[in-house]
Design a protein around this ligand. Structure first.
Ligand code: ZN
Length: 218
């Protein structure tokens, strides 16, 4: 069940205090409209009744999709004991994928990844591989890259977009290739769903840095 409440919020532009609705939880498979507003970001958009400025408010949110069997905890901080016990306790052993997403951008991307039935660890691997290919092919340097985005998974192929400013370059990576790479070292890619792990670029970089430190990469 989705839950919302009215909170008092102070406009960061003019300082006016006003009331706005924020959500504590969204059950996506029950509420298609709320799911759409999460993906578009509209759920987090508000406007000041006084100065009319539009802005985003990010609040801690539990997003549950029972159809695609995943739970997202949108928050810059670790989940509290209560959330771990109530949500992770029953759902992690039931095979749900649980993730924490510190930013809205990661949050909306995860929804898309899991709705596509993709593995987000494979997505991060694909992004990493795309970046390496981008640099190897002399398309630019790592400093030129402004973002690396997941686009979609279709017919067993993952599409990643490497952006530099206003230009974008697509990379198509077979999912089977990513799965093979992960299956070679299952230990390396193992994550504990019950702890709401953060799986993003930093996770991937740390993984490779620890391999370099161990001298496993030549
Ligand atoms: Zn205002």
């Amino acid at each position: 069940m989705s839950n919302s409440r009215i909170v008092e919020y102070q406009c960061p532009y003019c300082g006016t205090k006003f009331e706005t609705e924020i959500y504590d939880s969204v059950t996506a498979d029950e509420d298609e409209d709320l799911r759409d507003r999460c993906v578009s970001g509209d759920l987090f958009r508000t406007s000041c009744p006084h100065c009319k400025q539009d802005f985003m408010i990010q609040f801690p949110l539990v997003y549950i999709d029972r159809r695609n069997r995943f739970v997202l905890w949108l928050s810059e901080t670790e989940p509290g004991e209560e959330l771990v016990r109530q949500i992770a306790g029953p759902l992690a052993p039931a095979g749900y994928t649980l993730r924490r997403t510190p930013t809205l951008k990661e949050f909306t991307e995860k929804i898309q990844i899991f709705e596509d039935g993709a593995d987000d660890r494979a997505v991060e691997l694909a992004k990493y591989d795309s970046l390496i290919e981008f640099i190897d092919n002399k398309k630019g340097t790592a400093e030129d890259v402004t973002s690396i985005d997941y686009q979609k998974t279709e017919n067993g192929v993952m599409k990643i977009n490497v952006r530099t400013g206003d230009k974008g370059m697509s990379f198509l990576i077979p999912v089977s290739m990513l799965e093979e790479e992960m299956e070679q070292n299952p230990e390396r890619y193992r994550v504990d769903d019950a702890s709401f792990p953060v799986i993003n670029a930093e996770w991937m970089i740390q993984l490779f840095e620890s391999l370099e430190a161990e001298g496993m990469l030549s």
